[in-house]
Design a protein around this ligand. Structure first.
Ligand SMILES: [Ca+2]
Length: 233
């Protein structure tokens, strides 16, 4: 959009098209094995070692006991040349992955040739009722494939094609429209939804020589829209 001496442009992205890494631990703090398997598949698709899910689990969990040599906890991060504490709690943004052992700007943000993890994961939604469910109407094809090893690339691409002119009104339509094996559908049923509640909004404004970028996370529910995270810079 243009106005005198300046302009702004913005994008909005649904976060239920991504995998919520905070759901690797369930509400009781126990590893959710189904979500762990999903994240490991996503890592494989991105050519990231699946075992790197372990340092994420240790970053999230409240204790200070490393799961393995591959992982790390507070004492490891505090021993670095530039030390910082382990969060021992949920991620706020995918960018925080670069703080976790085994993650670099390359595997988090990608390269010219390869996609990075940050664009496919999120820290939202955090509510227990729809926690981390993937919206099959908007999910990235790699995220669709991460739902189950039997959800193939060709099926994911068929789903994307179907979405060009259709909207899933219920998760069951995925089974019915694509003749999904009932066992496959039952395995992914708990991971999917047809709704989204959280969105990331990015606005870039230019005025004369100045540039400002605003990133915000907004939540939409029965009560309307609320702002839950905001950053400028
Ligand atoms: Ca920990």
């Amino acid at each position: 959009m243009l106005f005198e001496e300046g302009s702004f442009k913005g994008t909005i992205e649904d976060l239920s098209r991504r995998v919520n890494l905070n759901t690797l631990l369930n509400n009781q703090g126990v590893v959710d094995t189904q979500r762990r398997a999903q994240v490991e598949r996503l890592f494989e698709l991105l050519e990231i070692e699946p075992v790197l899910v372990e340092p994420i689990l240790d970053w999230l969990d409240p204790d200070d006991e490393s799961r393995s040599n591959i992982s790390a906890e507070n004492h490891d991060y505090l021993s670095l040349a530039q030390p910082y504490p382990c969060a021992n709690g949920p991620l706020d943004t995918p960018g925080q992955l670069t703080l976790i052992k085994g993650f670099t700007s390359k595997n988090v943000y990608g390269t010219d040739k390869k996609r990075g993890l940050a664009e496919l994961v999120t820290a939202y939604p955090d509510e227990s009722n729809n926690r981390g469910r993937i919206n099959i109407n908007t999910a990235d094809y790699m995220v669709l494939m991460s739902l189950n090893e039997d959800l193939t690339e060709s099926l994911a691409k068929e789903i994307l094609k179907y979405r060009e002119s259709n909207t899933f009104e219920a998760p069951e339509e995925l089974r019915d429209k694509f003749g999904l094996d009932p066992e496959l559908f039952n395995n992914i049923f708990g991971l999917i939804s047809v709704k989204s509640s959280h969105f990331i909004v990015r606005i870039e404004g230019l005025f004369r020589q100045a540039r400002i970028v605003v990133t915000a996370i907004i939540k939409r529910d029965d009560k309307g829209i609320s702002l839950i995270y905001y950053k400028t810079g």
